[in-house]
Design a binder for this molecule. Structure first.
Ligand SMILES: *[C@@H]1O[C@H](CO)[C@@H](O)[C@H](O)[C@H]1NC(C)=O
Ligand SMILES: *[C@@H]1O[C@H](CO)[C@@H](O)[C@H](O)[C@H]1NC(C)=O
Ligand SMILES: *[C@@H]1O[C@H](CO)[C@@H](O)[C@H](O)[C@H]1NC(C)=O
Ligand SMILES: *[C@@H]1O[C@H](CO)[C@@H](O)[C@H](O)[C@H]1NC(C)=O
Ligand SMILES: *[C@@H]1O[C@H](CO)[C@@H](O)[C@H](O)[C@H]1NC(C)=O
Ligand SMILES: *[C@@H]1O[C@H](CO)[C@@H](O)[C@H](O)[C@H]1NC(C)=O
Ligand SMILES: *[C@@H]1O[C@H](CO)[C@@H](O)[C@H](O)[C@H]1NC(C)=O
Ligand SMILES: *[C@@H]1O[C@H](CO)[C@@H](O)[C@H](O)[C@H]1NC(C)=O
Ligand SMILES: *[C@@H]1O[C@H](CO)[C@@H](O)[C@H](O)[C@H]1NC(C)=O
Ligand SMILES: *[C@@H]1O[C@H](CO)[C@@H](O)[C@H](O)[C@H]1NC(C)=O
Length: 668
């Protein structure tokens, strides 16, 4: 055994268990031989020589030079109380959700219904705190061949048949057990996550409805959607249907499903279906609407949905023969306001049709590029700006939600990545830029379910300095200001003068005396990790247990009431979220701040078996007296409420293992 220093561990279990030494805030963790971290993938290796998992690829690109001619760095935004034309439909704070590839749920969510990943719970709790609830889709290409089975020989909840992988994305057929669904249900009892699932559509003449039956029985109201077919417009190209397969064929298969579900008495809720889930590759949504899809299945459709990635990067990972994009040359495409606008444009008509038909339109799966994204783009601060702008653009454009995809270790774009399974003894999670986008958006929209978004066309439509206003009950409450430019000289820092006019009568001064501002910051759009939101961070690769670290820093900016302006600086690069009054601050609107405490470790020591009865009776360590707490300012520890829910044994087990163990008994 030899000691490894590990900082930032919330508390030492070593004291309880008696095999680690403890000094002030640091913990010395003793690893067994053979368990030492190998050369860290975060160490300064050459990116060119890197052969590890994509999720930790060290490539750092060069930030694009500031635009020439220079932008106007000072501009004004005039807002108005009492109603503004062009605002979006009312939006929910859960707009920005996640799509988790079904084959990786046992890495990301937990191993089974009694072993949940605490960092994941913390990440969801951060969002719930701001928005009240979170929506997650479990699915993707892997849903299409997934089969519910009674049990899997090795006791796992999910198994892949890798040899039979057949897509360009090499997605293996899956078998899964009911315990996967119990795992989702148990997550929902701790954090308010609502789930979308997918009905396998690889063979609609032999439909496998198990996931719909068990999903409804186990998840109840936490099941909010059942996808019917994933990217059916790519079925023919991927060899899953004949070459002639078209929108009417999909319409027919959807009908087959509707009929089969109606005949299945184990599916009480018939109105959860989601379609057509086009990749918008071979077909346009209009081609599906033209079949009469929405009217024919109006009563069964919970959501209309599309899926889209702005760039196809499959050639880079799978050698498809298509053009390989150079990340450095592609980087600027993600660093301006046009990007989100262009992605959304083909769906504006559909968003209007959805409104007319009384349906919600979702972007059901998206991210920077298909087949895993780009090294240096998808994992950079630039992607945080891009994801936020793109999602806000979708909200403005009357989408009703957007789910950003989470893959395995082999993708660049993950909002969050659990450590590789064979390293989970000593690694923590990696929080990517897209999670920061989600966090800021949750706070920008808040928990009212009633926020309306307006793209302000700011700075004379300048593509590098977009701005959005968020309205509630006709009045502006928050303003989101962005600066895509990287310029350490400060010459491209911008100052935005916000003014508010009052009432129906025009421009009467309603500018507040001061506003609060939170910043999303990094030194460059190319920076990887260590981004800060109001001064707090999730660190770099393997750096997070899902809780924000550091002291929260909310700026107060005094407004010039004589001139009716609040001058808000936005650095290059950066994002400012401006709260126009104290009620507009949404950090704790959704739920009390809750964190699920954990050490960095999922297996503290292999050889020790912890007897739950010892833990439950071990005096003074029942959970209550431990120094558990959130590292983020102003939040209360969820330890107490969690303990009440689960009992001290489970809490301690969570602390020991870094995973939430529900119920009784753990044996490591
Ligand atoms: C759940 O997973 C944990 C960790 O792998 C394991 O110890 C436990 O036995 C599993 N529980 C069930 C019911 O399979
Ligand atoms: C559909 O998937 C199931 C499960 O993987 C498989 O057994 C079946 O052969 C597939 N059907 C077709 C038509 O591909
Ligand atoms: C968690 O899942 C198990 C099924 O494995 C179930 O018995 C238990 O009641 C669940 N716990 C909660 C809190 O839902
Ligand atoms: C802005 O982004 C769009 C869409 O990705 C791209 O086509 C365009 O070239 C970018 N503009 C600049 C100046 O980089
Ligand atoms: C969104 O819907 C609202 C309400 O119908 C409408 O006024 C607005 O123009 C729409 N926005 C866009 C970008 O189409
Ligand atoms: C983890 O697994 C990967 C892939 O199988 C392997 O390359 C790596 O050496 C393993 N790491 C450890 C610490 O065992
Ligand atoms: C927002 O909508 C969700 C989901 O429908 C609901 O659970 C929640 O209570 C709503 N919140 C408010 C403030 O109305
Ligand atoms: C630009 O903004 C950065 C970050 O707030 C700040 O450190 C710097 O001083 C500013 N530069 C100028 C010239 O205002
Ligand atoms: C991230 O921040 C930590 C703490 O400030 C620092 O030690 C580390 O070098 C930074 N890492 C990177 C990659 O910026
Ligand atoms: C008043 O605000 C405008 C921007 O709206 C700005 O250009 C002008 O310099 C300000 N005047 C003073 C005296 O601050």
């Amino acid at each position: 055994m030899r000691p490894m220093r590990s900082s930032n561990i919330a508390l030492s279990l070593g004291i309880i268990l008696g095999f680690a030494s403890f000094s002030s805030a640091e913990v010395t963790v003793w690893y067994q031989q053979g368990q030492e971290p190998l050369a860290s993938t975060t160490s300064s290796g050459s990116a060119a020589a890197y052969t590890g998992a994509a999720a930790y690829n060290p490539t750092v690109l060069t930030a694009p030079a500031p635009p020439n001619p220079a932008i106007s760095t000072q501009f004004a935004i005039q807002l108005q109380n009492g109603g503004t034309p062009g605002v979006s439909i009312p939006q929910s704070g859960s707009f920005f959700g996640f799509s988790i590839e079904m084959s990786v749920v046992n890495q990301v969510l937990g191993k089974n219904s009694s072993f949940l990943q605490v960092p994941f719970l913390n990440l969801m709790a951060n969002l719930q705190q701001r928005s009240g609830h979170v929506q997650i889709r479990v699915g993707g290409n892997t849903q299409e061949t997934a089969t519910l089975v009674d049990s899997i020989a090795d006791g796992r909840i999910l198994e892949k048949d890798i040899a039979s992988a057949s897509n360009p994305t090499l997605t293996p057929p899956l078998i899964f057990t009911r315990d996967l669904l119990y795992m989702l249900r148990n997550i929902s009892s701790l954090v308010n996550v609502r789930w979308h699932l997918g009905i396998p559509f690889n063979d609609t003449s032999n439909l496998r409805l198990g996931i719909a039956e068990a999903g409804q029985a186990i998840l109840g109201e936490y099941l909010i959607g059942l996808q019917a077919g994933n990217e059916p417009d790519l079925y023919a190209a991927h060899g899953h249907r004949p070459e002639t397969y078209g929108p009417f064929d999909y319409f027919g298969e959807f009908g087959t499903l509707v009929t089969a579900m109606a005949a299945d008495t184990n599916i009480p809720r018939q109105n959860l279906l989601i379609g057509p889930n086009l990749a918008t590759g071979a077909w346009t949504p209009e081609q599906v609407w033209d079949t009469g899809f929405i009217d024919s299945y109006h009563d069964q459709l919970a959501f209309l949905a599309v899926e889209h990635y702005p760039t196809d990067n499959c050639a880079a990972q799978f050698n498809t023969g298509a053009a390989v994009h150079d990340p450095q040359a592609t980087f600027p495409d993600f660093l301006n306001h046009t990007s989100g606008q262009l992605i959304v444009k083909p769906y504006l008509n559909s968003a209007g049709i959805a409104q007319q038909k009384g349906k919600q339109l979702m972007m059901f799966e998206t991210n920077t590029a298909s087949c895993g994204g780009f090294a240096g783009i998808s994992d950079s601060f630039g992607a945080a700006l891009w994801g936020l702008d793109y999602a806000m653009q979708m909200a403005y454009s009357n989408f009703s939600g957007a789910l950003f995809h989470v893959g395995g270790q082999n993708v660049f774009y993950n909002p969050f990545t659990s450590p590789p399974t064979n390293q989970s003894t000593f690694r923590q999670w990696t929080v990517g830029p897209i999670y920061y986008s989600a966090l800021v958006m949750a706070e920008a929209l808040g928990a009212s379910n009633n926020s309306q978004v307006l793209d302000l066309g700011a700075n004379n439509q300048n593509i590098y300095t977009p701005a959005y206003a968020i309205y509630e009950n006709s009045n502006p409450v928050r303003v989101l200001l962005m600066n895509y430019i990287t310029d350490s000289s400060g010459a491209n820092n911008i100052t935005v003068s916000i003014s508010i006019g009052g009432g129906q009568t025009g421009q009467a001064n309603a500018t507040p005396a001061s506003v609060k501002v939170k910043y999303l910051l990094a030194s460059s759009v190319s920076q990887k990790g260590n981004f800060t939101w109001a001064g707090q961070t999730f660190g770099t690769n393997f750096g997070s247990d899902g809780r924000l670290e550091g002291t929260e820093d909310i700026q107060t900016i005094t407004c010039d009431q004589a001139n009716n302006t609040c001058a808000i600086p936005v650095p290059a690069p950066g994002v400012a979220l401006v709260f126009l009054n104290d009620d507009a601050q949404t950090e704790t609107d959704g739920a009390p701040a809750t964190t699920f405490p954990t050490t960095a470790l999922t297996k503290t020591v292999n050889t020790v078996t912890i007897d739950p009865s010892i833990l439950s009776t071990s005096n003074g360590h029942s959970g209550k007296s431990l120094q558990l707490g959130s590292t983020s300012k102003g939040s209360v520890s969820g330890a107490e409420s969690l303990r009440n829910k689960l009992g001290g044994v489970a809490l301690l087990a969570a602390l020991v293992s870094g995973a939430m163990i529900l119920g009784r008994g753990i044996a490591q």
